[in-house]
Design a binder for this molecule. Structure first.
Ligand code: CA
Length: 248
């Protein structure tokens, strides 16, 4: 695994990591909620007479909701979505999600965040979600581990993933950090693209139906099958992360 870290440092011309923060995507990384998002999106589209498949919403994961709506309307109707459609459909999707979502966590998500928090890492949530109850939810499931004023949500950004903006904002909120001072944990191709475009080392956790290769193709530096695997590998990663780049 040393190679992934060395390759990153060489590519970005850094001597070493200076790890201060972990930036966590929310859905599919902290919460086992993507199945409910996909179901809610698919049902909303069907209600509005728009064709879609359940699985395709895993491809759009991480995108701001309005952009997902625009994408489908463009494809199915050959035009941009109106502001009214975006608001209405996003509201419908949010209501359905609220109805289905059971707030269950990804196994080992709490354990991992708690461990790195206790090691002194700043933990930051960077999500394309704009759920109204998001901050309370995080606080109740991860008490004391994430700071409210450091979270990046749909309401903070103009572009959203796959644009690097959310992760650049995450670096800023974590204390004006440089890319080599943070690591991103993501599960979706667009989120990975955003993190990589922001110049940050990105660990992908494959918690959905996509292939590991699709996460590698998006640019992930490391791909793991689960949060449990990250939890178990962290000690050896941390050793690598605190050592200097090895030139060959
Ligand atoms: Ca996600």
């Amino acid at each position: 695994m040393e190679k992934a870290f060395n390759d990153y440092l060489a590519k970005h011309n850094y001597e070493r990591f200076d790890l201060k923060a972990l930036l966590f995507d929310m859905d599919g990384v902290l919460y086992d909620s993507m199945k409910w998002h996909a179901k809610s999106w698919h049902e909303t589209m069907t209600e509005y007479g728009l064709n879609s498949t359940y699985d395709e919403f895993y491809q759009y994961e991480g995108m701001v909701g309005f952009n997902t709506i625009n994408h489908i309307i463009k494809r199915e109707r050959g035009r941009e979505a109106t502001e009214e459609e975006k608001k209405e459909m996003y509201k419908r999707k949010s209501d359905l999600f609220f109805k289905y979502n059971d707030n269950s966590l990804i196994p080992f998500a709490y354990d991992f965040v708690k461990m790195v928090h206790d090691e002194g890492m700043e933990c930051v949530v960077v999500t394309g979600s704009g759920q109204a109850s998001l901050l309370e939810k995080i606080e109740s499931n991860f008490p004391g581990l994430f700071k409210r004023d450091e979270m990046v949500t749909a309401w903070d950004v103009k572009y959203g993933k796959p644009h690097p903006e959310p992760y650049l904002m995450g670096l800023k909120k974590a204390g004006d950090l440089q890319p080599n001072q943070a690591i991103v944990v993501e599960n979706a191709p667009r989120g990975i693209e955003a993190a990589v475009a922001a110049g940050i080392f990105t660990i992908a956790i494959n918690t959905g139906p996509l292939t590991e290769q699709s996460l590698r193709d998006a640019g992930a530096n490391i791909v793991l099958p689960s949060m449990e695997a990250l939890y178990n590998n962290w000690e050896s990663y941390y050793k690598e992360l605190t050592s200097k780049r090895v030139d060959k």
